[in-house]
Write a protein that binds this ligand. Structure first.
Ligand code: G6P
Length: 620
């Protein structure tokens, strides 16, 4: 939530900052702004709305300088207005900063600063930080410290951070110490890019692509000072610390739209490849099992596990629910999926033989991170199933499995879901094969999985049928999504996709449960989307479908190929290939992603930047 960029070097900062903000816009798009310091003057340009608007502003009001910071905002405190946009200056104009996170004690700090006569312009928690740094700076200067001495700036920054409660990633410039850019991290991610006589600062690695692959990840309670030729990182308790430069791999590269009009569509169409990548190198035909390089758990330890907790938020939680069904069916290990925001506070009784997996695309979701920390604090091995290499959760977990899906930019998650399901299927196979699962069953499992990329590619051929359905129902105000067993999480995910990007109210339910309430919503303007491919619960789902039809509700069915029976019963059919039941989510989720996409287009919604949402939710 909120994206931060910074630059110090030899090139015009504003170009680099705007480029970086465009790539971070998925983190929030309520407003955008930059500040550049040159000849001891701070120039700020900011405005409500998209980065494109800021680019226009800077074209007409350019800023010069080769050191600067930038921000794209997802509003938490204060409405999305020009004045609440970042960067924020202190009253004296000596300090300017950008912030990602939430300062929980901002009210108290603001009251105290106001008593000293400090005037606030915005209603943000962030301005309090700028004003507080300015206030401490003033105290240090009054007691004889030089304003242009970096040590004075460090001291003012440190004194401020010691007073803050909450989370922050900060990029800070001091007018009188113009060759340096400061950063500070507690709870909100920051990464430094190391170039040739230049340094970059960013919330994640996407703005660094094309500039450098060498990075330094900041940890909580780190502060950093970047000059054109130097970097210094200090940790709160230990002072200056060694800087470990890591090289990021190729997979962070493809962030271009190419021939697609939206990232969401591009990512939907990438799924045959992203599923293939999730399986690559992990299928062991000789032993009919899966292999994972980074679990950091030996076979003895894995055999002792008698309970698994999967924790996640949003779409990742839905993938976790598929995981619960997979692991219980194939590995026979009792598994539950917990919302991270619940797990972190409810003191769940985990035992020494419980293993926790956090599932997260971004690796930065605040609640998931907090749940990971809480479980680790209590001594439980906590592994991550994560897409973003080098993200906070990937780094803090005891081990894990990367999705290798490539960057997911569309705010509504699509390819991450199917990659998560693929990895969870492999995990179920792996845990099953070290228990009771036979070689033959393992072989059949692998064979089915191997066929999936091709089957998912064929599933995408339903796009035209989906377009028709979207045209017919796009103006409805409510949808029900219904499925059983492996397709119950798919129903939840389908409903979430529609809500997220087309702003239509939708509910996902286990198909049989609709009799216990949601059926009261059924009328001729409330379509029910039934996920009903052939399988063990097919007959049961068909009965549920007839119950809806009997009450005059339109029915859209996601059904197997040539399913005449369903075709004769429902209003619209979207065909998907037949696949084994446990892998059905990989195909049945695809038409639901496309349906949400097409409906959103017809309703004129901004598919890649849905209102009020952000890709990476780094606040509680
Ligand atoms: C946000 C995103 C969702 C995502 C959820 C969890 O709400 O908009 O698409 O599923 O966060 O994110 P994570 O990165 O932890 O999977």
């Amino acid at each position: 939530m909120c994206g931060i960029v910074g630059y110090v070097g030899h090139r015009p900062a504003s170009d680099l900052l705007l480029d970086g903000l465009s790539r971070l816009e998925y983190r929030g798009y309520d407003s955008a702004g930059i500040a550049v310091v040159e000849d001891r003057e701070i120039a700020v340009r900011k405005r409500r709305g998209r980065v494109a608007g800021l680019i226009e502003l800077i074209e007409s009001h350019p800023v010069e300088g080769s050191i600067g910071i930038g921000h794209t905002r997802w509003a938490t405190h204060g409405d999305p207005s020009d004045v609440n946009s970042h960067p924020h200056l202190d009253e004296s104009g000596r300090v300017v900063l950008v912030h990602n996170g939430v300062i929980e004690n901002h009210d108290r700090l603001k009251a105290r600063l106001s008593e000293t006569g400090c005037g606030f312009r915005s209603s943000t928690d962030t301005e309090v930080v700028a004003q507080l740094i300015g206030w401490h700076l003033e105290q240090f200067i009054e007691s004889g410290h030089a304003a242009d001495d970096p040590e004075t700036c460090w001291s003012a920054l440190r004194a401020t951070l010691d007073e803050l409660e909450g989370t922050y990633g900060l990029g800070v410039l001091f007018r009188d110490c113009p060759g340096h850019l400061w950063a500070a991290r507690c709870g909100s991610p920051l990464v430094i890019g190391v170039g040739e006589q230049e340094y970059f600062l960013a919330s994640d690695t996407s703005p660094l692509i094309g500039y450098t692959r060498d990075v330094v990840y900041l940890d909580d309670h780190d502060t950093a000072r970047l000059g054109r030729d130097e970097i210094e990182v200090r940790h709160r308790d230990v002072g200056t610390r060694d800087v470990a430069v890591q090289t990021i791999q190729d997979e962070a590269v493809d962030v271009e739209l190419g021939e697609f009009p939206h990232y969401m569509l591009k990512e939907i169409y990438e799924q045959p490849d992203s599923i293939r990548s999730a399986m690559r190198g992990r299928m062991d035909g000789d032993d009919a099992t899966a292999v994972f390089g980074g679990l950091n758990a030996d076979a003895g330890e894995l055999r002792r596990i008698d309970r698994i907790v999967l924790t996640a938020c949003g779409t990742s939680w839905h993938a976790g629910l598929v995981g619960e069904y997979l692991i219980e069916e194939f590995a026979r290990i009792p598994t539950e999926v917990e919302y991270a925001s619940e797990l972190r506070y409810r003191n769940a009784p985990l035992t020494d033989t419980t293993m926790v997996f956090a599932i997260t695309q971004s690796g930065e979701t605040a609640d998931t991170l907090a749940a990971v920390r809480e479980c680790r604090r209590k001594g439980h091995k906590t592994l991550a199933i994560c897409n973003t290499v080098g993200s906070t959760i990937a780094r803090e977990a005891d081990g894990g499995i990367y999705l290798h899906a490539g960057p997911e930019i569309g705010v509504a998650s699509t390819k991450a879901f199917t990659s998560q399901v693929t990895v969870l299927a492999l995990l179920a196979l792996y845990l099953g094969r070290m228990r009771h699962m036979s070689f033959r069953a393992g072989e059949a499992f692998l064979e089915s999985l191997e066929a999936m990329p091709e089957l998912v590619a064929r599933t995408l051929e339903c796009h035209d049928a989906v377009r028709e359905v979207a045209r017919r129902f796009a103006d409805c105000g409510n949808f029900l999504y219904l499925g059983r067993q492996y397709n119950f999480p798919v129903a939840l995910e389908g409903a979430l996709k529609l809500k997220e990007i087309s702003y239509i109210h939708a509910e996902g339910y286990p198909a049989a449960e609709m009799k216990h309430g949601p059926i009261a919503l059924v009328d001729e303007r409330t379509p029910s989307v039934f996920v009903t491919p052939r399988g063990g619960v097919y007959e049961k789902v068909v009965s549920n479908l007839e119950e809806i039809k009997a009450r005059g509700g339109p029915v859209i069915a996601i059904a197997g190929p040539d399913d005449e029976r369903i075709a004769g019963l429902v209003d619209e059919v979207i065909p998907v290939p037949d696949v084994p039941e446990f892998l059905q989510p990989l195909v049945t989720s695809i038409p639901l992603q496309l349906l949400a996409y097409e409906v959103a287009l017809l309703r004129g919604c901004d598919v890649d930047r849905p209102r009020n949402l952000a890709k990476s939710v780094t606040v509680e």
